[in-house]
Design a protein around this ligand. Sequence first.
Ligand SMILES: Nc1ncnc2c1ncn2[C@@H]1O[C@H](COP(=O)(O)OP(=O)(O)O)[C@@H](O)[C@H]1O
Ligand SMILES: [Mg+2]
Length: 252
Amino acid sequence: MTCAIDVDHVFFKYDEFKMEDINFQLHVGEQKALAGLNGSGKTTLFKLLLGLLEPDSGDIYIFDKKLTKDTLWEIRQDVGFLFQNPDDQLFAPTVWEDVAFGPRNLGLSKEEVEDRVEWALDRVDMSKFVNRPVNQMSHGQAKRVALAGIIAMRPSILILDEPFSGLDFKMVTNMIDIIGRLRQEGASILFTTHNSFFIETLSDSVAVIKEGRIVYDGPTKEAMRSRTVFENIGDWGQLRKQIMSTRSSLLE
Ligand SMILES: Nc1ncnc2c1ncn2[C@@H]1O[C@H](COP(=O)(O)OP(=O)(O)O)[C@@H](O)[C@H]1O
Ligand SMILES: [Mg+2]
């Protein structure tokens, strides 16, 4: 079966951190969470998928095409990446210019570029900011503009590094809505998170990464009953219960 993403026995090493024997798949049309605590290796894996880092051994396939220096450019036309920090990916002078950059690079006509920018900014609810310099936005706004730049390319795979981090409730709701619509339109989506709420509500399956190793990979429904999962990402529900019971005993 063709996978949107197939990571096959990937090893990678920084000086003091190792990713060991990473294997997982994102199926076509699937929404998958890559979950793990801070420092577990999520962003490193994201950079490997983006071709910013190269595995020491093992292979990454995107729609059956092996990721190499030669295929990278072609593969990137079909994969949209949202960086954890939007400042790492916004660089044009204005919002309009930034969102137009990708479609222009695809060689589309002026009209098609304009249509796509308008559509993408509307989708992320940022149309009003079209002439704003990219360095004059809040974190949440910058994140949505970065996402607009990605969806304007109409990629069939989206890889989102911590798409909800630093967003307030309203923006989280908006981001969930945007991702939900992209999925309905057929995109395959991999997102990283350290929060069980987003795993439970948004993913079909979840791979859990701990210290550079995948320690769980399975359907979300089963994962939410798995001790391995909660031991490795933390159990906020349990923490809440604990704090509430300590507080009520102090008040007695
Ligand atoms: N450029 C780098 N050089 C050396 N070590 C790094 C580099 N980037 C990240 N690391 C280390 O790799 C580990 C995994 O980091 P990262 O993938 O960013 O984790 P996560 O995204 O899950 O929080 C951490 O121990 C981090 O300190
Ligand atoms: Mg990270």
